[in-house]
Ligand binder design. Structure first.
Ligand SMILES: Nc1nc2c(c(=O)[nH]1)N[C@H]1C(S)=C(S)[C@@H](COP(=O)(O)OP(=O)(O)OC[C@H]3O[C@@H](n4cnc5c(=O)[nH]c(N)nc54)[C@H](O)[C@@H]3O)O[C@H]1N2
Ligand SMILES: Nc1nc2c(c(=O)[nH]1)N[C@H]1C(S)=C(S)[C@@H](COP(=O)(O)OP(=O)(O)OC[C@H]3O[C@@H](n4cnc5c(=O)[nH]c(N)nc54)[C@H](O)[C@@H]3O)O[C@H]1N2
Ligand code: SF4
Ligand SMILES: [Mo]
Length: 674
């Protein structure tokens, strides 16, 4: 038996190191790599049996040509040569008639590997296709952090061990960031307290000493209320503020007076004495550490919410204490020169940019030119993009030529004219950096491709040659490309021995001892007041909000990773497409546990199984996970309810800024399965 190293490719902050056990050319076991500084030998249930995904009977093994109506899932196998020929012919026709801007690539994060994730950019730039603004995840969160902290480095997760108060704010860490729980458990043993601030009692609550439930989209007001109390009771760290903070006096004079805890309580539903206690205990903590999730940034006010919360550690001087600060996301983008992969300069002239959250509108409403072809790779927009009914209407257009490069017959692939089979991560090369820790790692292929699957990089090489793009860049291998990236030695890695990367081992990026207090903003201070913003000081702004009875929180399920892992029958046998509701609300509506109900708003209707639980506050309903349509009782999933509206800044998604009504299901519902 051989034991080889690899990396978890999924869009998860933990980017775990893997040990892959191979016997007779077949993967037989997967374990966490004990040598990986963040993974420390542990994996989630999904990747603990990644071999069940890799060898799944549902893997796509050959290119396919549609042989039934769009969406029917009827296809005939064809050869790669035939598939590439058909794509070439269609695209040449479309380009001649409409220009290449009628073609739109659609991709997000089926894999986080730098090469495979970004493999299409250079190709579509060369083609002159429409560009995709990839803002489905949390750009508003990044915007809010940057408005206050600029390019300042985020705290390393090992700071948690020196913290005495850890706040999990809008993050369901037991599902989405499990390895940080190892640090939190160790800190708790040393006496640290843990708070959770969320919109309902997630299972992560069991790890917390205190749980605070806020009304969706109001965390900015909560932070302002806490700052009001901190200022009023002279709990601010004025020495730190004088040295390192810009705009505290202005905040204190002109903003905080409008946020007394009584008013904040009305906005947030958090009782006044609790807001006061939160403020006092936060200020009294020696080194408070906030782990900020992205959930609260997916609202119309998301960037402002994050910006406001990011001011809190500055008031109490958390930054210059080991263990203090705020971790939103870790940015390691300067570790490697990604421009060597993306080559934006291959594009001649400018082309339009289409926001990926508005795919529905783009497919149905764009003109000059209209979208005539969609090329989807490592994304599943029917399941993950907002406003599913509009996306489906667009994909059903008979004049739209759709290609989907996938590992599985997803809800999106069913609408393709041509499906191309994709490799899983153990079948291709890549180099990985994370957004939840500072470790990077290179991975080599461990097994040959399943069937005729090809990697993103290899397919774009073939497409470049088919489309007559004569740049030698496209004829190199993924490993050559990785070698040239590593050969360049970024400033961050210039004094580091990178040999472990060539050996496929994890490598921690070095951090300067004072990295946390090198504030990389224009003023070199923490900018509570940011003169570049149209609103120079933070304030509470309202979310978009719909006109309906219940906020709909639709956050991750521990068993899925966005819509990935829907193929895993070992994980997904029960409890799928469940809508959780408070007993009082269920009573008012006359609903019973386990009955089928319809959640609806002006965008769509979705059938769920009802679960009545006091873990959900009144006025909120919750569904976890992005389920494939085959798993639901109806033929729509959660994103039929969500909206294409964007965040205040960053052009981000607003998945949780959605309201619905709920009623019992009547049998003849048009979205019921026939
Ligand atoms: N198992 C699993 N892991 C995942 C994913 C997955 O689908 N499954 N997805 C991955 C991806 S792509 C991402 S971006 C990250 C997502 O991770 P994050 O977005 O950082 O956070 P989540 O853990 O999803 O938790 C979102 C939490 O925010 C809460 N929330 C919603 N609205 C509000 C609000 O207004 N205020 C407060 N305080 N809380 C609110 C939700 O109830 C939920 O518990 O996770 C990654 N990891
Ligand atoms: N309602 C609701 N919707 C959401 C969210 C939410 O919280 N609620 N979260 C949003 C967030 S944060 C994000 S990041 C997006 C994520 O959206 P996506 O990035 O689209 O994520 P996945 O659903 O995991 O789809 C990835 C697909 O890529 C395929 N794939 C994996 N590896 C490869 C490969 O190497 N090559 C190719 N060609 N294919 C590959 C997988 O089989 C899978 O079908 O979803 C968003 N949608
Ligand atoms: S999904 Fe996340 S926790 Fe699970 S193995 Fe991958 S990186 Fe680790
Ligand atoms: Mo995401």
């Amino acid at each position: 038996m051989q034991v080889l190293r690899s990396v978890c490719p999924y869009d998860c902050p933990d980017t775990c190191g893997l040990l892959i056990y191979v016997e007779n050319g077949r993967v037989v076991k997967i374990q966490g790599d004990p040598e990986h500084p963040f993974t420390r030998g542990k994996l989630c249930a999904k990747m603990g049996h990644y071999e069940k995904t890799v060898y799944s009977p549902y893997r796509l093994k050959t290119p396919l040509l549609r042989s039934g109506p769009k969406g029917s899932g009827k296809f005939t196998p064809i050869s790669w040569e035939d598939a590439l020929d058909r794509i070439k012919l269609s695209w040449h026709e479309i380009i001649a008639k409409y220009t290449a801007e009628a073609i739109l690539p659609y991709s997000y994060a089926g894999t986080l590997g730098l090469v495979q994730r970004n493999a299409g950019h250079a190709f579509f730039y060369s083609l002159g296709a429409s560009r995709l603004d990839r803002t489905i995840c949390s750009p508003a969160k990044g915007y809010g952090w940057n408005a206050v902290m600029g390019e300042t480095m985020a705290p390393h997760t090992n700071e948690i061990l020196q913290s005495d108060l850890i706040i999990l704010w809008g993050i369901h860490a037991l599902a989405t960031n499990i390895h940080i729980m190892q640090d939190i458990a160790a800190a708790k043993k040393q006496g640290a307290k843990v708070w959770l601030i969320d919109t309902y009692t997630t299972t992560t609550a069991k790890t917390a000493d205190k749980v605070f439930i806020v009304r969706p989209g109001t965390d900015g007001a909560l932070a302002l209320g806490m700052m009001h109390v901190i200022a009023r009771e002279n709990l601010a760290n004025l020495d730190f503020i004088r040295r390192f903070v810009q705009g505290y006096d202005e905040l204190n004079l002109t903003v905080l007076p409008s946020y007394p805890p009584e008013r904040v309580s009305e906005i947030t539903d958090v009782p006044t004495p609790i807001i006061e206690e939160m403020a006092r205990q936060y200020a009294a903590a020696h080194a408070p550490f906030i782990r900020l999730g992205s959930g609260l940034s997916r609202y119309g006010n998301g960037a402002m919410t994050v910006r406001t919360i990011t001011c809190l550690p500055a008031l109490v001087g958390a930054w210059n204490k080991p263990g203090g600060g705020l971790l939103a996301d870790i940015s390691t983008s300067s570790a490697f020169n990604t421009k060597l992969i993306t080559h934006e300069e291959f594009q001649e002239g400018t082309t339009r940019i289409i926001n990926m959250n508005k795919l529905g509108q783009a497919l149905n409403e764009l003109t000059k030119p209209p979208l005539m072809s969609l090329y989807v790779y490592h994304s599943n927009p029917v399941a993950v993009a907002p406003d599913q009914n509009q996306v489906l209407r667009g994909l059903a257009r008979n004049d739209l030529f759709t290609v989907v490069h996938e590992r599985f017959m997803t809800d999106t692939a069913k609408y393709a004219d041509i499906v191309l089979p994709a490799t899983a991560s153990l079948e291709h090369s890549d180099i990985y950096r994370a957004y939840g820790h500072y470790t990077v790692q290179r991975a080599y292929p461990i097994i040959p491709p399943i069937g005729q699957a090809k990697s993103n990089w290899d397919v774009f090489s073939l497409l470049a040659s088919a489309m007559g793009i004569k740049k030698s860049f496209f004829s190199q291998s993924a490993d050559n490309l990785i070698d040239s990236i590593l050969g360049e030695n970024s400033p961050w890695l210039k004094n580091t021995n990178i040999q472990p990367l060539f050996a496929g081992r994890p490598l921690e990026l070095p951090l300067a001892t004072d990295y946390k207090t090198r504030f990389k903003t224009p003023s070199a201070k923490i900018e509570i007041l940011n003169p570049k913003e149209d609103c120079p000081l933070p304030k509470y702004t309202k979310p978009h909000s719909d006109d309906a009875a219940f906020w709909l929180i639709n956050s991750p399920d521990a068993r899925l990773l966005n819509s990935s892992f829907n193929e895993r029958t070992d994980l997904t046998a029960t409890n799928k497409m469940v809508l959780q509701m408070n007993p009082g609300d269920a009573d008012t509506l006359g609903l019973m546990n386990s009955q089928l109900i319809l959640a609806f708003n002006k965008r769509g209707e979705v059938i769920f199984t009802l679960k009545i639980t006091d873990k959900i506050p009144p006025g909120v309903v919750v569904t976890e996970g992005i389920w494939g349509l085959e798993h639901g009782p109806g033929n729509r999933s959660v994103n039929a309810l969500t909206s294409q509206r964007l965040t205040d800044k960053g052009n981000g998604s607003t998945f949780y800024d959605v309201k619905v009504n709920v009623k019992p299901l009547v049998k003849e519902n048009r979205y019921a399965k026939k």
